[in-house]
Design a protein around this ligand. Structure first.
Ligand code: HEC
Length: 155
C-alpha cells in the first residue's frame, strides 16, 4: 500500500512540476518573443523612419518640441500648447517604437497610415510655417513600407 501511495504522490508531483514548468516556459517565450518582435520593428524604425518623424512630427508628438519664434505672440502660445497636448494624447514618439498612445500597437500603426494617406499630419496650420515638414511621396512610401513590415512581424 505504501509503495502505491508513494508512487501516486510521485506521479502527482511530477505532473504538477511538469505542468507548472511548461506554463512558466510558455509565458517566458511569449514575452521574450514579443520583445524580440518590438526590437526588430524598432531597428527598422530607427534606420528608416525616425529621421522623417523627427522632422515632421516630433514638435507635437514628443517632448523634443522646438518652439517657433512666434510662440509668444498673443493666443499663439495657447494654440500651440493645445496642439501638443492633443497630439500627445494620441501618440507619443519619445523612446522610439513601441510608441505610447491610447490604442494598441496595431491601432497606432493604422492611425499613422490613415493620417499619412489623407495628408492630415502634420496639420496644415503647422505645414504653412514649416514647409519642410510636408512629407514627400517617397517619405510617405518609406513610412508605409515600415508599417507593413511591422504588421508582418507582429503577426
Ligand atoms: C502641429 C502639431 C502636430 C504635428 C507636427 C503632427 N501632429 Fe499628429 N496630431 C496633432 C494633433 C493636434 C492631433 C489630435 C487630433 C487631431 O487633430 O485630429 C494629432 C493626432 C495624430 C494621430 C492620431 C489620429 C487618429 O486618427 O487617432 C496620429 C496617428 C498622428 N497625429 C500622427 C502624426 C504623424 C505621423 C506626424 C508627422 C508626420 C504628426 N502627427 C505631426 C498635432 C500634430
Amino acid at each position: 500500500m505504501k509503495v502505491i501511495g508513494l508512487l501516486f504522490m510521485y506521479i502527482c508531483s511530477f505532473y504538477l512540476y511538469a505542468h507548472g514548468g511548461v506554463e512558466h516556459d510558455l509565458s517566458d517565450i511569449k514575452t521574450s518573443e514579443s520583445k524580440e518582435k518590438n526590437k526588430l520593428i524598432n531597428e527598422l524604425y530607427v534606420k528608416n523612419v525616425k529621421a522623417i518623424f523627427k522632422k515632421a512630427c516630433f514638435d507635437c508628438h514628443s517632448s523634443q518640441t522646438v518652439y517657433p519664434s512666434y510662440y509668444n505672440l498673443p493666443l499663439i502660445k495657447e494654440l500651440i500648447d493645445k496642439d501638443i497636448k492633443d497630439a500627445k494624447w494620441h501618440l507619443v514618439l519619445d523612446g522610439d517604437y513601441p510608441f505610447r498612445g491610447h490604442g494598441s500597437k496595431l491601432d497606432d500603426l493604422s492611425a499613422i497610415e490613415r493620417n499619412l494617406d489623407s495628408s492630415e499630419m502634420p496639420p496644415l496650420r503647422y505645414r504653412i510655417f514649416n514647409s519642410s515638414s510636408t512629407l514627400s511621396k517617397s517619405e510617405v512610401e518609406t513610412v508605409r513600407k515600415w508599417i507593413n513590415q511591422a504588421r508582418e512581424i507582429l503577426k
